[in-house]
Design a protein around this ligand. Structure first.
Ligand code: SF4
Length: 93
């Protein structure tokens, strides 16, 4: 399921606007190989995006909203690891 997110100004510059959302959020009914190829294509799109930092920060900072998909040039597994790391760091303060 694609998360419902608030429209932020940076999203107006998103390179992924107008691309197939399935590339960034591949359906679970797709094979692992199909999901992997979609993820690689999505990450390639991110490489030419002007708002990668803003996108990644949004994904890391909103673990309750961002649980899957490619954000800021990173896979969901990478983002989840960054979210956990930030949560752990926050608990130590
Ligand atoms: S970094 Fe990737 S997912 Fe984020 S707005 Fe840009 S193209 Fe879209």
């Amino acid at each position: 399921m694609i998360p419902q997110i608030t429209m932020h100004k940076w999203r107006e510059q998103a390179e992924c606007r107008g691309t197939d959302p399935d590339l960034f959020f591949p359906p679970k009914t797709w094979t692992v190989e199909e999901q992997y190829v979609a993820e690689r294509i999505a990450i390639h799109v991110c490489e030419s995006c002007a708002v990668t930092d803003e996108c990644l920060e949004y994904a890391i900072g909103n673990p309750h909203l961002v649980t899957e998909g490619v954000w800021g040039g990173h896979s969901d597994k990478q983002i989840q690891a960054m979210q956990r790391k930030r949560t752990r760091r926050g608990r130590k303060k």
